[in-house]
Design a protein around this ligand. Structure first.
Ligand code: ZN
Length: 430
């Protein structure tokens, strides 16, 4: 069925009176278009559209259960740096996905929680869709005591609720809805990967993520949506961390001042030179976030170090800034420079594959009665790795809310059903 045809079946102009969500007392999340069969329509096409719009009322009725799942996941704390705590949550998640017919596999990690992969068979063979996320949070164990998981003002609040325990609950809800709509079997194979170290750079999970992405038709990342309008993320900057170490020569600042070579003065010159690498128009930023140096106030400093956070919007600029950093030379020839580090996450560029996936998502959202926007963001995620391999990747499919990594972290409950319906639709159609 062509896009034009599908529009015919599902335009909002066909909409009758808004369908009330039975058994759901919360705010309404949109007007459901009625799906009227016209004489010139193909029955299977109509069935696909009807099923898609059917996911929303089904999921709206599941809202309480989605919220309960989120609450349960938030209340099992899972900081990236605490393996026993993280493993506890991974075991609970494995059981939840297994209850929906998935086959869980743990990728053992020594210092991080075990990474969880779950495979689901589908009615039709072919490459699976990879649902990607992480179950670790930035919050140390015990945060929950001060930052209670609670419901208020139409939101659910708590550590990691937005980034991204709600995203995991949405995966579960979408898979359940698809099983319900397709007679207990998924329309296509799905692989779920939940890693335990995303918040600390994904060093132990990166190869697993990349390996599974290469075998998949597309990657859907359940990181939080962008902003309260819930935009998808179709471009993310690449992220790098570098260390610039300067070695000079120490001397007594009173007796032998002229014999010293100040590493701090050299580093100061370097920092000013580095600031010229920033190109806001191209999306290149470089932040000297940490500076250390010197030993005592009366010693000409022999050591100084700067740590830099580098962000780039394109692979070309990633290579360019790396080259520039490695080409730095000392202003004071008697000082020595050492540069370490690299671009850790490549940029997620809005390739043709990404744009096509976004258009599909926007079309599904339109059928569900809402206008879905897209955004380019500065932060990186594991979606950067999969997009970097050229696999069509769509990010920001998770919950809508505010305050990731902060005390006011929260998720808008009324948005949950349509986010899950969008995900279900994408799994069917992407
Ligand atoms: Zn995240």
């Amino acid at each position: 069925m062509s896009r034009v045809e599908r529009r015919l079946y599902c335009t909002a102009s066909d909409a009758a009176a808004p369908t009330p969500f039975s058994g759901y007392a919360g705010p309404r999340v949109g007007v459901l278009p009625s799906v009227m069969r016209k004489s010139n329509q193909k029955p299977e096409a109509n069935q696909e559209c009807g099923r898609l719009t059917g996911h929303l009322p089904y999921l709206a009725r599941q809202t309480d259960s989605i919220v309960q799942t989120i609450r349960q996941l938030v209340e099992i704390e899972s900081p990236s740096d605490n393996k026993p705590a993280a493993d506890r949550l991974a075991a609970v998640l494995a059981a939840k996905f297994a209850a929906l017919g998935g086959r869980p596999t743990f990728h053992r990690a020594t210092t991080r929680g075990d990474h969880l992969q779950v495979d689901f068979d589908g009615k039709h063979a072919g490459k699976p869709i990879l649902l990607l996320g992480h179950y670790d949070t930035v919050y140390p164990l015990g945060t929950l005591r001060a930052m209670l998981c609670r419901m208020a003002d139409g939101r659910i609040w708590g550590p990691g609720v937005l980034d991204m325990k709600s995203g995991i609950a949405l995966m579960l809800a979408a898979i359940e809805a698809l099983r319900a709509a397709h007679g207990g079997i998924l329309p296509r194979p799905i692989t779920v990967l939940l890693v335990s170290d995303e918040e600390v750079g994904s060093a132990s999970s990166r190869l697993i993520t990349e390996g599974l992405a290469k075998q998949s038709a597309a990657v859907l990342v359940l990181e939080p949506a962008y902003g309260l309008h819930g935009a998808l993320k179709t471009a993310r900057k690449g992220v790098g961390e570098y260390t610039l170490r300067v070695t000079g020569k120490a001397s007594h600042s009173g007796l032998d001042f002229e014999k010293g070579q100040s590493a701090i003065v050299e580093l100061a010159h370097q920092i000013l030179a580095l600031s010229k690498f920033v190109d806001l128009k191209r999306g290149v930023t470089l932040n000297v976030g940490l500076v250390t140096g010197g030993s005592r106030v009366n010693v000409v400093p022999a050591e100084a170090t700067a740590t830099l956070d580098v962000r780039v919007a394109s692979n070309k600029d990633a290579a360019g800034i790396d080259r520039k950093l490695r080409a730095l030379r000392p202003f004071n020839r008697k000082c020595r420079l050492e540069i370490g580090g690299r671009i850790n996450r490549p940029p997620m560029e809005r390739t043709a594959g990404v744009a096509q996936l976004y258009r599909k998502a926007a079309e599904i959202a339109h059928q569900l009665g809402w206008k879905l926007a897209e955004a380019a963001v500065g932060g990186g995620s594991d979606g950067n790795f999969t997009a970097g391999l050229g696999i069509p990747t769509l990010d920001g499919l998770g919950a809508v809310g505010e305050g990731a990594h902060a005390a006011h972290e929260s998720v808008v409950i009324a948005e949950l059903p349509r986010r899950a319906a969008l995900l279900a639709g994408l799994i069917e159609q992407a």
